[in-house]
Design a protein around this ligand. Structure first.
Ligand code: HEM
Length: 465
């Protein structure tokens, strides 16, 4: 196995994020194979004035106006006429595609692929997802026009950063990410978590799974330095979330242990100007996520969103007596070194998360039910062992901790009010159960894509049959 490492062979936005203001995801079909291959050849060389250049993971002296990257579905590899013997070397979940895997990742009921709007209602036509990032919107239009000359644009999804790094539901996101040796990422300065081996995100390198190396699709130029992406369009019921916080706080107002959740003498540390009801809403939101809405980890500051002394946003771990609920989104997404049933799995399913919000602003004082949510990319070297394993075992079954097994992630899970519950932690280890959790996040589209290396894009552009 080769362990050579050449950053300029890797597409950007995998090992470190772009931090741009806008994204446009172009959902593409290969109509004319020759035009598509010619586009890829020009994009990878960055020579054509009329074709956006593929952005690599190199350190910039000047920020490019646009960052342009591609992901290809299995149907896309076929449409470009990748030879059958090479197609056969790709992993099953990627070959089958996201819609075929719906039951494994909680996409049923009102998240079922049958309910997805175009273009994701015709997964066999989704061949590529080209993602264009920029700080202003005009360059996105230009890139779209250029792409449309070579591909059929089936659909477009526009995303933007909300103020203060927040996502809908009001949380700061994008704090915890895997981090890799040799990658200089200012966002990771001061992070004191274990390093992740390159094989977490790239094909062809050692992984953290003992003795396991993921198979690199052949030929070497096609598979090596590639990665996989679960691209998800996730609608967030912001009004439903705020209403659930209200209902929970109503219930907790009369609970005998209420003051253990929010100390009446220190409500201002939970949020300036909050009364008890408002503070309880914030405690419920913080325990559901594992972070207060301003990003402060519940584990390090369980009594205050605004602690007296600053706390690290990233350097913490969980124990049996953690104040952060085992069922919180954060502990399900990454249990860190904490006690889990599958001990060997600690740190093995890490996902690179890239995402921006879509849809109109939300004002909690004037709630509406327009569609809004997250355009998320969940990136790793193996979709089955990372994204699907997290979604299935941890998010939707809670298999890692017997105390929560059978319950779903309170934010992301396939919840139904009739059966779903979430346990709030009290400081003395007792719990308060919240029932009636609705499903707050629904899938509205997506695809599994392969994120080819630079050499692989060249290989694909050079196919001839
Ligand atoms: C609309 C959908 C989602 C929302 C609103 C959301 C929200 C959040 C927030 C606010 C955080 C805390 C910020 C941070 O630690 O960086 C977080 C962390 C995280 N989320 Fe999500 N998330 C969503 C979907 C997902 C999905 C689909 C997955 C994939 C399985 C996922 C996995 C994770 C992981 C792994 C972490 C980091 C945990 C850690 O390392 O401590 N999230 N999410």
């Amino acid at each position: 196995m080769s362990t050579e490492f050449n950053l300029s062979d890797i597409q950007g936005n995998i090992l470190r994020g772009y931090r741009r203001n806008f994204v446009r995801h172009l959902v593409l079909e290969v109509g004319d194979r020759t035009a598509a291959r010619a586009f890829l050849a020009a994009a990878v060389d960055g020579t054509g004035a009329d074709v956006p250049a593929i952005t690599r993971d190199v350190t910039w002296s000047i920020r490019p106006e646009v960052c342009f990257n591609i992901g290809i579905t299995f149907q896309g590899l076929r449409a470009l006429r990748t030879p059958a013997e090479h197609l056969a070397t790709f992993p099953t979940e990627f070959v089958q595609g996201m819609t075929a895997r719906a039951m494994k990742i909680g996409d049923f009921g009102d998240s079922a692929p049958e309910t997805w709007p175009a273009p994701f209602d015709r997964p066999e036509r989704v061949h590529l997802i080209a993602s264009v990032h920029s700080d202003t919107e005009a360059p996105l239009d230009r890139a779209q026009e250029q792409v449309a000359r070579a591909f059929t644009v089936l659909g477009v999804r526009n995303g933007r950063n909300l103020p203060d790094g927040k996502v809908f539901f009001g949380y700061v996101d994008g704090i915890s990410q895997p981090r890799f040796k040799h990658i200089i990422d200012p966002d990771q300065a001061g992070v004191d978590e274990p390093m992740d081996p390159l094989g977490t995100a790239l094909l062809g390198y050692p992984t953290r799974q003992e003795g396991v190396t993921f198979r690199v699709p052949s030929p070497h130029d096609l598979g090596f330095n590639g990665s996989f992406n679960a691209f998800r369009v996730l609608a967030q019921d912001a009004a439903g979330f705020e209403a659930y916080l209200d209902r929970s706080a109503d219930l907790l107002m009369g609970h005998p242990d209420r003051d253990l959740l929010a100390d009446p003498a220190r409500l201002d540390r939970i949020g300036p100007g909050l009364d008890m009801h408002g503070a309880l809403r914030e405690v419920v939101a913080a325990q559901m996520c594992g972070r207060w809405r301003n990003g402060v980890p519940y584990e390090l500051s369980p009594d205050a969103q605004f602690p007296d002394e600053p706390v690290s946003l990233t350097n913490f771990d969980y124990t049996h007596s953690s104040r952060c609920p085992a069922g919180s989104h954060l502990r399900r997404g990454n249990p860190r070194g904490g006690p889990i049933v599958q001990r060997i799995a600690n740190y093995t399913r890490r996902l690179v998360r890239r995402g921006m919000s879509y849809g109109p602003d939300f004002d909690p004082a004037n709630p509406d039910d327009q569609e809004r949510g997250l355009l998320g990319s969940f990136i790793g070297a193996n979709i089955g062992a990372q994204f699907e394993a997290v979604m299935c075992d941890w998010i939707n079954l809670g298999l890692h901790d017997p105390r929560i097994t059978g319950s779903n992630d309170p934010l992301l899970g396939a919840n139904t009010p009739e059966t779903s519950w979430f346990n709030l932690n009290l400081p003395d280890g007792r719990e308060i159960r919240l029932d009636g959790l609705p499903r707050l996040i629904r899938a509205r589209g997506g695809a599994y894509t392969f994120l080819p290396s630079i050499a692989a894009i060249r290989y694909l552009s050079g196919l001839t049959s």
